[in-house]
Design a protein around this ligand. Structure first.
Ligand SMILES: [Zn+2]
Length: 171
């Protein structure tokens, strides 16, 4: 079961106020990260209002940059009106609104008021079929029935379907 209750609350985002600067957004929840990486879009619940616009994301408040993204406010969620939870549960990666509410409750001990944000990225991550790392650099190579998804390192290795790239690689 997903734990994507509210990754932002344990790891508060920077730039909660003030104009101009858009603080990076933190995704400490692996399910939310995977959704953003693989589909380029995820809806996330945050208990406090934050800045919106072009920014970047990371795994923790002190973590390194993982990728560029855009943050857009969908709207508030309050105890009397949970329609936003119903409308967006699929975009958050949950099969039902109830499942999402339970994940948030599990995280906070209650269903607090907050805001929904849509986070989108142009970088789609995929798994390298050779070394199994996830990266936005993984690309499809080969043709016909022999297509494979490979990261840049594996594309340079012999047997990595593509050659002639001046094979100077580590290991
Ligand atoms: Zn690889």
């Amino acid at each position: 079961m997903s734990s994507n209750g509210d990754p932002g609350d344990a790891e508060p985002d920077e730039g909660g106020s003030s104009g101009g600067h858009v603080g990076p957004i933190v995704f400490s929840d692996p399910d939310a990260r995977r959704r953003l990486e693989q589909s380029g879009e995820v809806v996330t619940f945050r208990t406090s209002q934050r800045t919106t616009g072009e920014t970047w994301w990371r795994k923790s408040r002190t973590g390194e940059k993982m990728g560029d993204c855009r943050v857009e406010l969908i709207g508030p969620v309050d105890s009397s009106d949970r329609s936003a939870i119903r409308d967006y549960h699929r975009d958050a990666g949950f099969r039902s609104a109830r499942e999402w509410e339970e994940a948030i409750e599990e995280f906070h001990g209650e269903l607090p008021e907050g805001y929904l944000y849509r986070v989108t990225s142009d970088e789609i991550w995929a798994e390298c079929e050779s070394c199994h790392t996830y990266s936005p650099e993984v690309a499809t190579v080969g043709r016909g029935p022999n297509v494979t998804n490979l990261c840049p390192d594996c594309r340079r290795l012999p047997g990595g379907s593509q050659s002639g790239e001046g094979g100077d690689h580590a290991e």
